[in-house]
Write a protein that binds this ligand. Structure first.
Ligand code: ADP
Ligand code: MG
Length: 638
């Protein structure tokens, strides 16, 4: 007896309908969800040309018998629900019976499947929705679906596909995230024959996070553990009390990791990767006062609850849900995350410099492009455990400053054992700065009465504090000060700007001209006075105070670039933050610049007055601290 039935019109009409297949990643999402629903434990995916030329998904799930294989390609053919009551308690990832027929209608598809316990399998070939053949075939148990030439018969669709690297990045990100949701399963992804992800089964989420992101990221994250709560549901007075069990697991970053948008927040509800405003809000609320308002954490959260508590039949791509008791869920998530964050004392050491860090030391334009790519289903690095995801945006690969400290005798026994003069080649020297820490939140108090002692390398301010010795990167410190200043002035509608004696005329590309027209008003709010000046030229008459000379032109181009790549996706707040960060970066004092004591003192005081003095708007650390205790220990006084 087959398992698949065609849903009645009554049920089919109650299903959120719409486009399923938008791009290669959406094909992979549907196929992956089917394999997981089929109980597969080993999933192999091959893609070619960003998934346009080929996507092949091989699973070892329950497979299908001949009749089911044919029915699976019919609209509303599904084994997962049968009546409309089932719609209120969906426990599988799929339920609409639309994915396979939709994919088959826009590609050349080969479905090969053999049901568990059957002697032989079935191969069905279908192109542009037309059945070409259905044959008995000798196959391994499980299902293999090969999708070739996506959108071959829908040229308009094909035109909208992005570049190969972009499409594969979306696809890889998706597979990576699903692999995080199933640590006990194997996932393999190859693109053009080269391996992008290969995870073997592990027992815990922690181990899978390690497999996918590497140990360095794990160090940045706080483990939520496994929180289970029975929450009392709000009831009418005459109703019997009812509790429902909610379970929350996952990882969040400490407040020192700050992202400019929500793209690094990954939410799974009952194993489904979703985007949910309520949960996003709960997470932001958990970081309230721990992070400045325009910053966001990295989070990987798995919320599990009774299927009746969550409606997934809300959006055609199944990426949105509606909770039956939204505010209870919101508060549970917010309070759980906040509690862990408060209990945690993030002692983040200077990262050991073993792996290259993409994103580190990038020019801002490239950095922002990467930020733009970190969208919901955008690239997360996969596979190589030494690979560090872009969300660690610390400048550890930029030329390391040379510290000329006196090497203590008895090296090897103290915290200063490393000859610090050799820090320029940290890869071979273990921790960059033994004993030095990125200051913890409680050090913020001490920041207020730092006394500058001098500069190293005309780039780093050395300061005495009541809790030890501090080293502050003058450029990023100033960047943080200006960033908050620009945003605050922008909010008041009073950005300080300077008029130029002669307008500066810049030439832009046609695309930039369009962008300019779109954001001219925002530029003005940020302190730029500009005017279109003939064909593809813009006259700049005034710029934000502090940005000078050639930097003015660079800021404009950077903002146009951010705007082009990021603004369409980002919220207005996020875009403003990005623009403000660009201005701050250009206006900030540079490294290799001599500062007098008064300037240093001013810089430290202003830094202490910022909302978030520990990381620059791009997420790099601003200050290092040697605690008095470490100093005492290093001199063998304790
Ligand atoms: P849905 O997942 O919403 O039911 P699909 O069009 O994605 O709809 O799939 C139709 C049916 O085909 C599923 O209900 C399932 O019974 C069957 N099916 C699809 N993929 C697989 C697979 N990889 N292994 C076993 N059965 C599958
Ligand atoms: Mg499906």
């Amino acid at each position: 007896m087959g398992r698949i039935r065609i849903l009645s019109d009554n049920v089919a009409n109650k299903i959120a309908a719409g486009e399923v297949v938008e791009r290669p990643a959406s094909v992979v999402k549907e196929l992956l969800e089917n394999s997981l629903d089929a109980g597969a434990t080993d999933i192999r995916i091959d893609a070619e040309a960003g998934g346009r030329r080929l996507i092949r998904m091989v699973d070892n799930g329950i497979g299908m018998m001949r009749d089911d294989a044919l029915l699976s390609l019919e609209r509303h053919g599904t084994s997962k629900i049968s009546d409309d009551k089932d719609l209120t308690r969906i426990a599988t990832l799929g339920f609409r019976g639309e994915a396979l027929p939709s994919i088959a209608s826009v590609s050349r598809m080969l479905l090969e499947t053999r049901a568990r316990g059957e002697q032989s399998g079935t191969a069905v070939e279908i192109a542009g929705g037309k059945l070409l053949r259905c044959d008995e075939a000798a196959l391994a148990e499980g299902t293999t679906i090969t999708v070739r030439d996506l959108f071959f018969n829908v040229p308009a669709r094909k035109k909208f596909l992005r570049s190969e690297p972009t499409e594969i990045a979306h696809l890889a990100s998706l597979v990576t995230h699903y692999s995080l949701a199933h640590p006990q399963k194997s996932f393999q992804l190859r693109h053009n024959q080269s391996e992008l992800l290969n995870t073997t089964p592990v027992a815990t989420l922690r181990e899978r996070v390690f497999q996918v992101f590497g140990s360095q990221i794990l160090d940045e994250l706080v483990d939520l553990g496994d929180l289970t709560r029975d929450l009392a549901m709000p009831m009418e007075p005459e109703e019997a009390p009812l509790t429902r069990r909610f379970r929350l697991r996952g990882f969040v970053s400490g407040p020192q990791v700050q992202k400019l948008n929500r793209n690094s927040i990954y939410l799974f509800v009952n194993g489904r990767l979703i985007r949910d405003k309520l949960l996003l809000h709960a997470i932001s609320a958990a970081y309230h006062n721990l992070m400045p308002p325009a910053c966001f954490p990295f989070a990987l959260l798995f919320l599990d609850c009774d299927a009746e508590e969550v409606d997934v039949n809300v959006h055609p791509s199944k990426t949105e849900v509606r909770f039956r008791h939204g505010s209870l869920v919101h508060d549970f998530v917010r309070d759980s995350v906040r509690e862990i964050l408060m209990a945690q004392r993030p002692v983040s050491r200077i990262p050991e410099q073993s792996a290259p860090q993409p994103g580190a030391g990038l020019p801002y334009s490239e950095f922002s492009q990467r930020m733009a790519n970190m969208s919901f289903d955008a690239p997360l690095p996969a596979g190589d455990p030494g690979h560090v995801p872009d969300f660690v945006l610390r400048r550890t690969q930029s030329p390391a400053p040379r510290f000329d400290f006196v090497e203590p005798s008895g090296a090897g026994t103290s915290g200063f054992a490393e000859p610090l003069g050799r820090l320029a080649v940290p890869e071979t020297h273990g921790p960059l700065f033994p004993g030095a820490h990125i200051p913890e939140p409680e050090s913020l108090e001490a920041l207020r009465d730092l006394r500058p002692l001098g500069q190293i390398h005309e780039s780093f301010i050395v300061a005495a504090g009541r809790d030890g010795l501090w080293i502050i990167d003058q450029h990023v410190a100033h960047e943080r000060i200006l960033f908050e200043q620009v945003l605050a002035q922008r909010a008041r509608g009073a950005v300080e700007s300077q008029r130029m004696l002669l307008p500066m005329v810049i030439t832009v590309s046609p695309a930039q001209q369009l962008e300019y027209a779109r954001i001219a008003e925002e530029l003005e709010a940020l302190g730029f006075e500009t005017e279109p000046f003939g064909n593809r030229t813009i006259a700049i008459k005034a710029a934000p105070a502090g940005v000078s000379g050639a930097d003015i032109e660079k800021v404009i181009f950077e903002i146009l670039e951010i705007s082009e790549r990021e603004l369409r996706k980002a919220s207005l707040e996020e875009s403003r933050a990005l623009m403000a960060a660009t201005i701050a970066c250009r206006a900030a004092i540079k490294i290799n610049m001599k500062l007098d004591m008064a300037k240093m003192d001013w810089l430290l005081k202003s830094l202490a007055a910022t909302a978030c003095p520990m990381t620059c708007p791009h997420g790099r650390p601003i200050a290092l601290r040697y605690s008095t205790r470490d100093i005492l220990k290093s001199f063998h006084r304790i």
